[in-house]
Design a protein around this ligand. Structure first.
Ligand SMILES: [Zn+2]
Length: 478
């Protein structure tokens, strides 16, 4: 159901791919603690996570919940489904399952993420200032120029140095947000060694991707110094699309093991859902995300021959079948509704605005500080830290807009999932489980500003509303 964003250090490849790509532009995307780590890619709209304890609880009480809520709130026998069903009371009954202690903890985790957005942004500005102000960026460019006369190679050499230096300078924040903080809230399962190994693999992947992205973009800059922001947007979205499509196939397996899901009711029911919703696959894969975290996650991704449905072992082991169906139907919604392509179009528009802002602002800043920093102009790769800082400012300001775009798609997928799986109580269980790392009942402005997925309360209310409109069908199924 949800993804995440936020800052979740769960290693997700499609997100990682996008993140690497976006970070090339310094799209310090908002991250919601759950869906991804700071800087998690918002496009990774296809992920769900949930808490271990909540999930176990949900799994063990799965069968009781539906009847419990129905009976308790409607005070009617299950067969008399035509009795009024109090949507608000049923929603509150689910929310009440979260203990005050658990609620306080998830609120603290999620609200801490609001501040991390700010600290992450300021930290990035600080790193850029250090690279420019100390002349380090110019020295990295000079070294590249001494090693080769070819411009694209110079750009690639600078890109590699830039990634290494920013990874090192950013490591304290990465270590806190990605390791210590996740353990503090019992969301991570990795010890330091394996965590560090994943970081290094991610860095190596970045060392392959980042130079390619920057060589292409600086090539555009040099060939179209006045209109580069338009062509750069086209090229960027094309690169992002390629990474999103290739990520699940080539990058995810670097972090986790994927294997076919064994025959049984879970596989049968997922494939049945897929067939019923026009998704042409004949296999389902599971992967060992419990290596990294306790969150549940799934996705439907790929194209042509790489099309596949994947869910993680946390989802499989900790959730009831109705909840698994609800989650998988939500993920299928992202696919059927073409959310990835829709997001690429939205981000193209946002990036066009961002590049236009760079076109306007870069020369102004350079006029003031350029001589001191030794930057020759916008086509000088040594100016990359400034481009990144300016773009991260733009993205930081647009955080609520980006969140709302993603959250709107998530709500669409929620409705799709309810209609496809027809498991409102399974859906509510999953939404409740996700509350381990996402504040369950925020205020409306808070939700608009910071939530890239509907809140748990909004989702449970949606599920109970759906249930209220389908009481006859649900009663007949029993
Ligand atoms: Zn989703």
């Amino acid at each position: 159901m949800s993804k995440n964003t936020r800052q979740t250090r769960k290693v997700e490849i499609s997100r990682s791919a996008l993140y690497l790509f976006l970070s090339a532009f310094a799209l310090l995307l908002m991250v919601d603690g759950s869906m991804g780590p700071a800087g998690a890619a918002p496009l990774d709209a296809t992920q769900v996570e949930e808490s271990e304890t909540a999930a176990v609880e949900a799994a063990t009480t799965a069968d009781e919940q539906g009847e419990e809520v129905t009976a308790a709130e409607t005070e009617a026998p299950a067969s008399q489904a035509v009795e009024p069903f109090d949507v608000e009371a049923a929603t509150q009954a689910y929310l009440a399952k979260l203990s005050p202690e658990d609620r306080a903890r998830s609120d603290a985790y999620f609200e801490g993420g609001y501040w991390l957005l700010l600290w992450g942004f300021l930290y990035g500005i600080g790193v850029a200032w250090l690279l420019l102000g100390t002349g380090l960026s110019v020295r990295m460019r000079n070294l590249a120029e001494r090693l080769t006369n070819r411009l694209p190679l110079q750009t690639a050499l600078y890109a590699g140095q830039y990634l290494l230096v920013t990874a090192i300078l950013g490591f304290p924040l990465t270590l806190y947000t990605g390791f210590f903080r996740e353990h503090q809230y019992d969301l991570a399962t990795q010890t330091f060694g394996p965590w560090m190994r994943d970081q290094m693999v991610g860095l190596l992947v970045g060392l392959v991707i980042m130079p390619i992205v920057l060589v292409v973009l600086y090539g555009v800059l040099r060939h179209a110094p006045r209109t580069w922001w338009i062509w750069g947007t086209f090229v960027s979205i094309l690169l992002a699309a390629i990474l999103i499509l290739l990520g699940p196939v080539y990058m995810d397996p670097l972090f986790n093991t994927y294997e076919p899901l064994e025959d049984g009711p879970v596989r049968d029911s997922i494939l049945s859902l897929a067939r019923a919703n026009g998704i042409d696959v004949d296999n389902v894969y599971q992967f060992d995300a419990s290596l990294q975290s306790t969150r549940i996650s799934a996705n439907v991704s790929g194209f042509a021959g790489t099309m596949s449905i994947r869910l993680n072992d946390n989802l499989l082991n900790r959730m009831s079948l109705p909840a698994i169906e609800a989650v998988m139907a939500h993920e299928m919604g992202h696919f059927v509704l073409n959310h990835i392509y829709e997001m690429l179009i939205y981000f193209a528009v946002i990036l066009l605005g961002g590049f236009a802002f760079l076109r306007w602002s870069f020369d102004r800043v350079l006029g003031r500080w350029g001589a001191r920093w030794g930057i020759r102009g916008i086509t000088d790769v040594a100016g990359l830290p400034l481009l990144v800082a300016l773009l991260s400012l733009y993205m930081f300001v647009l955080t609520p807009v980006l969140n709302t775009i993603i959250r709107t798609n998530e709500a669409e997928s929620d409705i799709f999932g309810l209609n496809a799986a027809r498991q409102p109580d399974g859906f509510a269980e999953a939404a409740l489980s996700l509350s381990e790392y996402r504040k369950i009942d925020p205020g409306p402005i808070e939700e608009w500003l910071f939530f890239d997925h509907p809140s748990g309360r909004a989702r449970i209310h949606m599920a109970m509303q759906w249930k209220a409109e389908h009481l006859d069908e649900l009663a007949a199924r029993k």
